[in-house]
Design a binder for this molecule. Structure first.
Ligand code: NDP
Length: 310
């Protein structure tokens, strides 16, 4: 049996080499579209695969996403029904999300953008600008949201979390979706960090209702997916002053089109989907382990629930 890597437009030679090192010749690793024998493919390792391309493999048993999110897979209407979908769960990925969020939150708290502006104008501010008090709500308390929330808590901020089902996290009050609507949760905080998976239920969750529920002059940090945000609602909220600043790492269309107003909006800071990037070596170790588990008929690591969408 074989493994097919399907990651169009990216150099996957290092990933391939890492997987081969782990498997020590136990299975060939092919890179799409150069698949010599589709009948042999037991596992596909994918990121933004061409929809329908997985149907070429009649004996596919595992589809391993190269990211934590799997909406790119679940949106393929031609997903082979017999294959289990797995995703990346990796402490290094979580650490990257913690660092990014801490950076964004501390920049907001210390008014970093204002300080840079003052430097550009040669102003030595007296009195010193006050720090901005933040109460932070983390939307999504999963593998990434919990460490993000704990990191922010360890920096001394008041933090609360929001998840689909009820859960207990030490030191952080978590509200479930059944207990509070997203807008009612947003009302309790002045900074929202979105770390949700993109599902039909969470699509567009960062919208006008949420922005209007938050105290005037609040902050939005979106490190999940562009589809969580209603762009026009955010632009209106920024211009009206409900939202003071947005830090955005993810967008509906990536790369963000050059004409999009986010590029030049004075209250938007954007980054090119780099909040945290999958570590190739760690991903390869997981691919090799899940391949071996599949061959032995064992449970796979980090399977997703297609019904829940994550
Ligand atoms: P998990 O599946 O571990 O956690 C998802 C969390 O969201 C859970 O707490 C879940 O609730 C909650 N949730 C799901 N649906 C709802 C809902 N309708 N209402 C409220 N809460 C909900 O995911 P991860 O933490 O691993 O990843 C989250 C996302 O981060 C990924 O899907 C991906 O899109 C994004 N990401 C972005 C990166 C970047 O560089 N910008 C890098 C990596 C990931 P419950 O606990 O009850 O199940």
């Amino acid at each position: 049996m074989a493994i097919a890597i399907i990651v169009p437009g990216r150099d996957v030679s290092l990933l391939k080499q890492h997987i081969e090192n782990h498997l020590q010749g136990a299975a060939p690793v092919w890179v799409y579209p150069d698949i010599p024998d589709p009948d042999q493919v037991l596992m596909a390792v994918v990121w933004k695969h061409p929809p329908g391309s997985l149907l070429a493999f009649p004996h596919l048993r595992v589809v391993q996403s190269l990211g934590a999110g799997v909406e790119h897979l679940l949106r393929d209407p031609q997903l082979p029904g017999q294959a289990r979908i797995c995703r990346i769960v990796d402490p290094d990925l979580a650490l990257g999300m913690c660092h990014y969020t801490a950076m964004a939150v501390l920049n907001i708290h210390k008014q970093w953008w204002q300080l840079q502006e003052q430097q550009a104008q040669g102003i030595w501010a007296e009195p010193v600008p006050e720090v901005v008090p933040l109460t932070i709500g983390v939307l999504g308390m999963g593998e990434l949201g919990v460490p993000v929330a704990k990191t922010l808590r360890s920096l001394g901020f008041e933090v609360m979390g929001y998840s689909r089902t009820a859960k207990i996290v030490e030191g952080i009050r978590v509200f479930s979706e059944g207990e509070l609507s997203a807008a009612a949760f947003a009302k309790k905080v002045n900074t929202l960090v979105c770390v949700l998976p993109l599902t039909p239920q969470t699509e567009g969750i960062l919208n006008r209702e949420v922005f209007e529920a938050m105290p005037r002059g609040s902050y939005i940090i979106n490190i999940a997916r562009g589809g969580h945000l209603v762009d026009a609602d955010l632009l209106a909220a920024l211009d009206a002053g409900n939202i003071e600043r947005a830090v955005l790492d993810v967008f509906h269309i990536e790369p963000l089109p050059t004409e999009h107003p986010f590029w030049t909006h004075p209250k938007v800071t954007l980054t090119p989907h780099i909040a945290s990037v999958t570590n190739q070596a760690n991903a390869a170790a997981l691919v090799a382990e899940n391949y071996q588990r599949a061959v032995k008929g064992q449970d796979l690591k980090f399977p997703v629930d297609p019904g829940a969408g994550y």
